[in-house]
Design a protein around this ligand. Sequence first.
Ligand code: LLP
Length: 421
Amino acid sequence: MNYFESEYFKYKGYQLFCENVPLIEIADQQSTPTYVYSNKFFIDRYKEFDKAFAGLDHQIFFACKSNFNLSVIKTFVDAGSGVDVNSEGELFRALKAGASPKKIIMSGVGKTKNEIKLALENDLLMIKAESEEEILLINEIAGSLNTKARVAIRVNPDVDAKTHPYISTGLAKNKFGVDAATALRLFKLKKDLKNIKYTGIDMHIGSQITKVEPFVEAIEKLGELFQKVKSEGISLEHIDLGGGIGVAYNNEKTFSAEEFSNAVSPILKKLNCKVFFEPGRFLTANGGVLIAQVLYTKKNHDKNFIITDGAMNDLLRPSIYGAYHHIQPLTLTKDKKDITADVVGPVCESGDFLAKNVQITECKRGEFIAVLSAGAYGMVMSSNYNMRRRPAEVLVSGNNFKVVRRRESFESLLKDEIDLL
Ligand code: LLP
């Protein structure tokens, strides 16, 4: 099998390390399944992105939906990032993690009245509106709070991001944003919307996009709209490109932050405005692994199964998107052969797998594995299905590691029910 290594997760001797900490030490101390993140990865990736766009007046807003652990959000906030939140709950987390409301933006195709109210009361940098009805509601709520809402309109540019259909968002058939003609009409409503100040145009065309072309195409469309809005006498401050930058899970060819910048900066420069980005996966995916222990191995009708204590409720991506996450042992052993196997969990569904038909070093009961690229859309999409406690989360920094979320207890999972019995 192939062993994947990076500066942040690599074998030293026989052991797989995260920075300077052997993962086996974390498995022993915290038990499994447990998410482990590299703090250095997060900071390096943030700096890489920030540096690539140094030539533009820009701001990064970490899309905390990809990993909303308070300590992870705080790492980005401390590095200078703003935060993109998609719900009241994410706003609650971003504020708890110490993000300044002036650097928080709120997304969401279906914001509730309360979410809009909270965004205004907390004086967030801006709300991204996705429909006429939402804009009218924001205007009304801002009026009742005696404030002026800073609003951007999310445009659906109708471009094909060429990614998994579930995470493609910029096509005409997707529920997100409004078309450019509608956006222009909504911008022109400005004079009737006394409690709204329009600040920009936004997009987010999808996730795990591995080519720059869809971005270029969409940005060109947004640029045209930006100029049209301007020629109507409405001045906007920013253009927001959303997130979506893809990463390598296996051996996909992706693009670097610098390549991204080289492709899009010339178009953006002409607009002469601030540029916002909302990367999630790019900043977190390859900074995390899920470690799990092999409970049993078996052969069933000639098919090999490795049954681990990590399951679909811990990492859902393989089950719902057929996503590939490379799996390798925490400890290398000599003279072991490779087998083809499904790596599965204890959940009562055939859809419960972490990998299907993969080449993997034969492993035995009690050994540990690492599921790679699990720093984005891992823990945040976990559940308590089968009344399984969600994993602990550990943040490694150099020689040290810190538990940044304890494994849940059964008591805590029952606390909202027990009094009602
Ligand atoms: N901004 C908005 C408005 C978004 O909806 C998203 C992601 C992002 C930014 C960040 O996108 P990223 O840079 O992470 O691609 N659960 C799926 C991914 C769903 C992405 C949803 N929106 C997965 O596991 O692949």
